[in-house]
Design a protein around this ligand. Structure first.
Ligand code: PEP
Ligand code: MG
Length: 583
């Protein structure tokens, strides 16, 4: 076996895990060489023929659609089709698969590189130009290899997913989650949607790792320590034995879970609700198990993952009904689909955007695509009959936009003769939160989405590990905005929760209680920890202690003050809890 190698990165979701390296979506990066077993040669050749046919059809369709007035010249499309039928190209790929036993992607890349070299060394301009045609055809073929076929893929043993591009939610949702023991990625921040999903399924993630392809081969044993930000490729026995001994004490976790399947009160008797954030209907089983007082956020756009087309009203009805049925009598906040940003369904024809998080996203899409808006609202209203639920609208920027959305929801409810549920806004755009006062008369409840709010306020992309140092929920200016927001809601008797990842960090619990927050919405597995902290703190004392945050000016001073606050108000409660700190 080759020697152990250590790589470093930014811990994004804490924990540790070990499995065989599995490369995801290699099509977008030059990949390493992958070999296959003798019995897979036939399948690989058949797959080659299938994707060649598919590519030919696609180029042919372009010729037909364009009807001669194309941006791509018909003669070029013909050349692509010729390459795909070229016996020399086909023969060489088949030979590489069957004699060298390389997988299809590796074989296509090797053969096309060989062709490109030959084209480029030829004297004529005509042949030189053929290199870019070869690249086009090769990338097209490879893109089909990684096209999502809508099925969840399973693995035989535990794996570490390796993502050589931005880490996206479908990287997790396309696979059997139970087998994913960790993720290594070149980019992705702590509150990227993929990291949020990984955190809720306890999958450790390290981001910003470089030289991955040079150091890791598919199938290599990999141990990921996402507490320290270290990846051990082919770890030694000594390293392995060190990790086998560590881990969260299951017994402590189980005791806390059993204890907190009930409401929690501060030591001076103030009830604080701790709700769960969920993405898939099955997540509710976990939310119930961890003692959620209700569901504060259903990220309904995950219904679209791994789908080939927009789900019909019936299918959506069935999905929301399954969720509400499992939530039972407790309250459930269903958020309308937050499509856009880093959550783009395969079938959705999104225009290419220079800056997707600032672009066509969530309610901005729905107000233009009223057909999609109506289908989702009608399905939720019908599924919600007899349940205790409300509808939340994401990415609202102006009051005008909210009024338009609200009017539309009311119209849909009238049309189908179902009472309008409580309607609220997810405050995550600075313009809206800074003007929250003007929304008060028009909403039934509010929630704060700190994940987006921090990125928009600090101009630090939540997906970008490089600017993670600026993405800080305890930045003094940000905390003052949060304090004013909670105060504004409390003064108006408005129900307000925080459902961004910030609320799920046990280090922030005392602080947020002190700022007056009475509703947390967090990943299920942190619920018992947060309830245990709340049960040990006095609401009045926390409020008194946080009343001085105005005097704190620097990031370092705020971090230091927060540590002291936790120690002073909680004693050693935090030390006794099995906490992994992520955000
Ligand atoms: C948020 O932005 O804080 C939020 C809860 O929404 P999401 O993370 O899904 O963007
Ligand atoms: Mg958001």
């Amino acid at each position: 076996m080759r020697k152990e190698i250590r790589l470093n990165g930014l811990p994004v979701v804490s924990g540790w895990g070990m499995g065989a390296a599995y490369f995801v979506g290699r099509a977008v990066q030059p990949s390493s060489t992958v070999t296959i077993a003798r019995q897979d040669v036939g399948d690989e050749i058949m797959r080659f023929n299938e994707i060649r046919e598919k590519a030919k059809k696609s180029y042919h369709q372009l010729t037909v659609d364009n009807g001669g007035s194309s941006t791509i010249d018909a003669s070029i499309l013909n050349i692509y089709q010729h390459i795909l039928d070229d016996p020399a190209f086909i023969g060489q790929v088949v030979e590489t698969i069957s004699t060298k036993m390389y997988d299809l992607e590796t074989s296509i890349r090797m053969v096309s590189e060989d062709f490109i070299k030959r084209f480029e060394s030829s004297g004529t301009a005509y042949f030189k130009e053929r290199s870019s045609d070869m690249v086009e055809v090769c990338e097209k073929l490879i893109s089909y290899l990684y096209e999502d076929d809508g099925r969840t893929k399973t693995f035989i043993g535990p794996v570490v997913l390796i993502v050589l591009r931005s880490f996206t939610p479908s990287d997790i949702l396309s696979y059997d989650k139970a087998k994913i023991k960790a993720v290594i990625t070149t980019s992705g921040g702590k509150t990227s949607h993929a990291a949020i999903l990984a955190r809720s399924y306890s999958i450790p993630v390290i981001s910003g790792v470089v030289n991955i392809s040079d150091s890791i081969r598919p199938g290599d044993p990999v141990l990921v320590d996402a507490e320290k930000g270290v990846v051990y490729v082919r770890p030694t026995v000594t390293v392995l034995s060190r990790y086998k001994k560590t881990g969260i004490d299951e017994e402590v976790v189980n005791n806390l879970k059993a204890k907190w399947r009930r409401p929690v009160y501060t030591t001076d008797g103030v009830q604080i609700e701790v709700l769960a954030n969920i993405s898939l209907p099955d997540d509710i089983v976990e939310a119930n198990d961890y003692g959620a007082d209700g569901i504060g956020l259903v990220r309904t756009e995950y219904l679209l993952s791994n789908r080939k087309e927009m789900p019909s009203e019936d299918l959506q009805y069935e999905y929301y009904h399954r969720i509400l049925d499992k939530v039972g009598k407790r309250h459930c906040v269903i958020r309308l689909m937050d499509i856009g940003g880093d959550k783009i369904p395969q079938f959705f024809d999104m225009p290419a955007e220079f800056n997707p998080f600032m672009g066509w996203r969530a309610i901005r899409i729905f107000l233009e695509r009223k057909d999609l808006f109506e289908t989702q609202v009608a399905a939720i209203l019908k599924a919600g009959v007899g349940y205790n639920y409300s509808i939340m609208v994401p990415m609202v920027t102006t009051l005008q936009e909210w009024l338009e959305a609200k009017t539309f929801i009311v119209q849909v409810a009238r049309k189908i003769g179902i009472p309008v549920p409580r309607l609220g806004v997810l405050f995550e755009v600075p313009l809206a939160i800074l003007e929250m006062n003007t929304f008060m008369r028009e909403i039934d409840f509010a929630s704060v989405g700190t994940n987006d709010l921090i990125q928009y306020l600090s101009a630090a992309d939540r997906n970008n590990a490089k600017v993670n140092y600026l993405y800080n929920p305890v930045e003094p200016a940000f905390l003052r905005i949060i304090r004013n927001t909670i105060k504004c809601a409390n003064d108006n008797g408005m129900s307000l929760s925080i459902c961004g990842e910030m609320a799920g960090n046990p280090m922030h619990t005392v602080l947020l209680v002190g700022l007056g927050l009475k509703r947390f919405s967090v990943i299920p597995r942190n619920i018992p920890l947060i309830k245990e902290i709340i049960a040990n703190v006095s609401y009045a004392e926390a409020a008194e202690s946080t009343s001085h945050i105005d005097a704190i000016e620097s990031t370092e001073d705020m971090a230091h003050w927060l540590k002291t606050l936790n120690r002073r108000l909680l004693g050693n409660v935090l030390q006794q809890l099995p906490i992994s700190v992520d955000v």
